[in-house]
Design a protein around this ligand. Structure first.
Ligand code: AMP
Length: 396
């Protein structure tokens, strides 16, 4: 699909309603991770450069349609000012009198932040009148909140239909990367899906087996598949009730010509803790009293071989219990191989999801991937093949 970007809009002298995701973690009044704020800087700068007046629309936390003072966006005003390097004004409501007055008073070169859109219940209901009140504040709409694009909310979906709309730079980068990984990728494509449970990633697996040549299944999820194939997994985390579903996915993959890679060898331990005594065994030899916590070296080698034969990699979820050493070994080895191939220009690598980003950071390779999405739910829904309402609304 195609979408408009900032370059398609005339922004000079326009009030640019800009949806951003600045839902940053705050502890004791201090922002502990400003990544989301840093990522909107190019969009705001480009709007200012083009002579537009950026008016930021954003949600914060889950106030459930009520004014909750502890969930105000006001504390972010100085933080935004520091990162953007221009004056940032604040309006105590995102619609109505206070918002209109603040927009009217906004000088050129400055940015306006409007109060939490979720203080209005109509935001999450995608109420048309609410979207119209937002739209009435500006001339054009820019969505830079890919991580919220799976929500059909007023400031994300409804508003986009009411005025000229486009993707901001961050949204554009996310969409371009995801399109290159799953839309029109260089083939062969390998997907890595790991993590704790199959039940949270059923749609994902169902979609991927139709789209990729290789699917590496790792982590606790792999145990469910091994068990479904009649392999004993001892005390491992596994969803035995999903055996039929797992077998169906394997069958679908087979029909679609997608090769599934499950662990060939395993790292087992008796306790789920760092440096628990462990051993590497053949996948068929898991003792009854042990847990599989990582894939073994033969599996890691096979994954590396597959990566080397592919042109595109899309990755969500760790291959083992990566938070506790040494059970991060297979994840780190696979991540390093992907990074090396990417650096050599042989692989386009796209990864996303909270745990995946932490695992790649742990492996020290996050900067070497072609693209890392920090969006959790939206990234997964994209991988599931779902249409994201916030993206569809920007369609050309
Ligand atoms: P998810 O949120 O679904 O991506 O799952 C990530 C979590 O799965 C991490 O906390 C990992 O520690 C956990 N995990 C991965 N492999 C295993 C395993 N073999 N046994 C238990 N937990 C695992």
């Amino acid at each position: 699909m195609s979408w408009k970007t900032l370059d398609d809009l005339d922004l000079a002298g326009k009030v640019v309603l800009t949806r951003v995701d600045i839902n940053v973690p705050i502890e004791d009044g201090r922002v502990t991770d400003a990544t989301r704020i840093e990522r909107i800087v190019p969009t705001v700068r480009d709007i200012l450069k083009a002579g537009g007046k950026p008016v930021l629309l954003a949600h914060f936390d889950r106030p459930k349609g009520k004014v909750v003072p502890g969930m105000s966006l006001k504390p972010l005003q100085p933080v935004l000012q520091e990162h953007l390097g221009v004056p940032v004004h604040f309006a105590e409501d995102c619609i109505g009198g206070p918002a209109k007055a603040a927009v009217a008073a906004l000088p050129e070169g400055a940015v306006l932040l409007l109060e939490n859109t979720r203080f209005h219940a109509e935001e999450e209901k995608n109420d048309p009148a609410f979207a119209a009140s937002l739209a009435a504040l500006g001339d054009v709409y820019v969505n830079d909140a890919f991580s919220a694009a799976h929500r059909a909310h007023g400031s994300i979906e409804g508003i986009a239909h009411l005025m000229p709309s486009a993707a901001g730079r961050l949204m554009q980068a996310e969409l371009t990367a995801l399109e290159s990984a799953l839309g029109t990728p260089d083939r062969p494509v390998v997907a890595v899906v790991g993590g704790a449970k199959v039940s949270t990633k059923l749609d994902l697996l169902g979609n991927l087996v139709r789209k990729v040549e290789y699917l590496v299944i790792g982590g606790g999820m792999a145990n469910t598949f091994l068990a479904a194939k009649g392999i004993s997994v001892g005390k491992s985390l596994a969803e035995h009730d999903l055996a039929d579903t797992a077998r169906e996915i394997l069958k679908k993959a087979d029909e679609a010509g997608c090769e599934i890679l499950l662990p060939l060898d395993i790292v087992v331990a008796r306790e789920f803790k760092a440096n628990a005594p462990n051993e590497v065994l053949d996948v068929n030899d898991c003792p009854d009293d042990a847990m599989i916590l990582d894939a073994g070296p033969i599996t890691a080698e096979r994954i590396a071989e597959v990566f080397a034969n592919c042109r595109t990699l899309i990755w969500n979820g760790p291959l083992g219990a990566f938070e506790i050493e040494p059970f991060d070994t297979a994840t780190v080895a696979a991540a390093r191989k992907a990074a090396e191939l990417t650096r050599d220009g042989r692989l386009t690598s796209v990864a996303g999801g909270g745990d995946t980003v932490s695992a790649l950071n742990q492996a020290g390779v996050a900067d070497d991937f072609s693209y890392i999405s920090t969006a959790g739910g939206a990234f997964l829904e994209w991988m599931e093949g779902k249409t994201l309402p916030g993206v569809a609304a920007l369609g050309k």
